[in-house]
Design a binder for this molecule. Structure first.
Ligand code: PLP
Length: 376
């Protein structure tokens, strides 16, 4: 059987990984500034992670959501403490798209409406409602196009208000910092305005923190910088450090009822053990503080590179914008300098999404390699 050929692949085969590094079958070491697309939060194969997941597997890896699983409540409690999001309720699932799908569905149940406001260049995943709220016509199949979604330019609060006045809206979904789209972020005034308008019109505000959450920006959630209170917060990626887990934090005003949401695998014992290990290491190793410090160092080091037109993003969710497409630059970084970086919808943007355990020496290695590729 052949694989369904949907991914353009780099010809590299990682066979093991530790900390900031990935190794191929010839034992070539690669510096990981991509984190498998913002997924590796506490570093590859972190000892606490390996121990937690391993010992959990020896006890019980999976049962179902029809029995007691105290690890789910432990995760909810520790997530509340780490994020400072008090009184929210946690629903666990398996991926970012699924988190947003459940968030949108819940918003629709709660408001009994169905129109969604989403933003230009946003990305929310590939399931039915999530992909319909994603601004990329190429990945929206006719079956998804039936969803009622209005795309508004990031920052255009007047257009949001006009749309809300027309009625029928169940949710506004937004990434406070756009990931796939290219690291754009609007102003605090705009996010506060969304918060105010959604409350005024009885609409659910969904903060998609799938990529930006779990400490990546140096705050636990990216929206926290803007001091807003979303009704639903979707999470995944860094939450499991590679173990598939996602979830939504749900404001207490949204009430649960049996059967409203559900999943077979979501919140299983292994996934909870993985995420608990992540929270433990984020705290023990003060990785949010590290994200801010290394981010500042990164900014100071790339400033002198004249080809860099703009540095976008926050914390360790960063983008370097050039005035030329970066595809070749990225290839040279991988194949000549053995450094993984990421791309974005914006072809001129190089994305930096490393594990939050990154140190200054890794930034130095990257900056040196970048200068060499750019022949500075
Ligand atoms: N939301 C955001 C902001 C993302 O960046 C992504 C994935 O890149 C998703 C949702 C979808 O997550 P997943 O690929 O786990 O379904």
């Amino acid at each position: 059987m052949s694989l369904f050929d949907v991914y353009p692949l780099f010809d590299i085969t990682p066979v093991r990984a530790i900390g900031m590094h990935v190794y191929d079958e010839n034992d070539v070491q690669y510096l990981d500034l991509y984190g498998g697309h913002a997924v590796i939060s506490i570093g590859h194969s972190h000892p606490t992670y390996v121990k937690n997941v391993g010992s959990q597997l020896e006890q019980i890896g999976f049962y179902s959501n029809s029995i007691q699983n105290p690890l789910q409540q432990q995760l909810a409690d520790e997530l509340e403490e780490a994020s400072g999001c008090s009184f929210y309720q946690l629903f666990l699932c398996n991926s970012g798209a699924e988190a947003n799908e459940n968030a949108l569905k819940l918003a629709s149940f709660h408001t009994e409406k169905k129109k969604v406001i989403a933003f230009t260049n946003g990305f929310h995943g590939r399931t039915s409602a999530a992909v319909a709220a994603t601004d990329n016509a190429k990945i929206i199949a006719p079956i998804n196009a039936q969803q009622s979604v209005e795309f508004i330019d990031l920052g255009d609060l007047d257009a949001v208000e006009e749309s809300l006045k027309r009625g029928g809206v169940c949710a506004i979904i937004i990434e406070c910092i756009q990931g796939v789209g290219g690291l754009d972020e609007s102003t605090t005034k705009f996010y506060k305005g969304l918060d105010r308008l959604s409350k005024k019109h009885g609409v659910i505000l969904i903060a998609d923190e799938v990529q930006s959450g779990f400490g990546r920006t140096g705050d636990f959630f990216a929206f926290q910088k803007h001091e807003i209170e979303p009704d639903i917060i979707s999470i995944a990626k860094g939450m499991g450090n590679g173990f598939p887990i996602g979830g939504i934090l749900i404001h207490p005003k949204i009430k649960a009822s049996y059967g409203l949401l559900g999943t077979t695998f979501g919140g299983n014992h292994l996934a909870c053990a993985a995420s608990l290990a992540v929270l433990n290491v984020l705290k023990e190793e003060k990785l949010l503080k590290n994200a801010k410090e290394i981010s500042d160092y990164f900014l100071s080091q790339v400033q002198s590179i004249s080809q860099v037109k703009q540095v976008k993003g926050r914390g360790l969710m960063l983008g370097l914008e050039f005035d030329f497409p970066v595809a070749n630059l990225r290839k040279e970084l991988i194949f000549t300098h053995h450094i993984f970086t990421g791309s974005a919808k914006n072809p001129n943007l190089l994305r930096i999404l490393p594990p939050l355990t990154i140190q200054k020496k890794h930034i130095d290695q990257f900056v040196e390699a970048l200068k060499e590729v750019l022949k500075q």
